[in-house]
Design a protein around this ligand. Structure first.
Ligand code: ADP
Ligand code: MG
Length: 149
């Protein structure tokens, strides 16, 4: 594998408020990572990160959002962006069990308030920034090698 080797995957999740297609993008990302030959334990983490991100785009971002996955020799980077309503209190949103999911989402068995904490737990590097009325951005990295930095 050469030094600059890198694959960038772009996915748009267009429609917010529609859970019918949730999982389609993260399943496709998982398939592509397997094809590329990324390690199974890394794929497992990235798949969970992407699924939870996809779920949140569909649940909370009115116009959906965008997922970018970059596969590098040492790491997989995931950037999730939306121009939805934003998160009022990010620290609160990161608390396990905190959720503002509406009833219709809870009735489907989602909205346990564990998505963002799960993304953080599976990430080696995790940043979230959000501004009310502007949107939300998540940056997550999963290392492919123990010595990666
Ligand atoms: N992309 C987003 N845009 C606006 N709010 C969000 C977004 N992602 C998460 N949130 C807020 O953070 C809360 C916690 O998210 P999460 O941990 O995934 O749990 P859940 O989705 O089960 O509520 C959500 O209930 C919602 O209020
Ligand atoms: Mg969620």
């Amino acid at each position: 594998m050469s030094e600059g080797w890198e694959v960038v995957l772009h996915y748009a999740i267009l429609k917010g408020g529609d859970l019918d297609n949730v999982g389609v993008v993260s399943t496709e990302i998982k398939r592509r990572l397997q094809e590329i030959g990324v390690e199974d334990d890394v794929i497992k983490k990235v798949s969970i990160i992407c699924f939870e991100a996809e779920m949140n785009l569909a649940s909370y971002a009115d116009r959906g959002g965008h997922l970018k996955v970059e596969v590098k020799p040492n790491r997989v980077e995931v950037v999730v962006e939306d121009d939805g309503p934003g998160i009022e209190d990010v620290e609160k949103a990161m608390t396990p069990g905190y959720s503002t999911a509406p009833l219709w989402i809870r009735e489907l068995g989602f909205g346990a308030g564990l998505g963002l904490p799960n993304i953080k737990e599976k990430s080696d590097v995790f940043h979230i920034e959000s501004e009310m009325g502007k949107g939300t951005k998540i940056y997550s990295v999963v290392f492919r090698r123990k010595d990666a930095a």
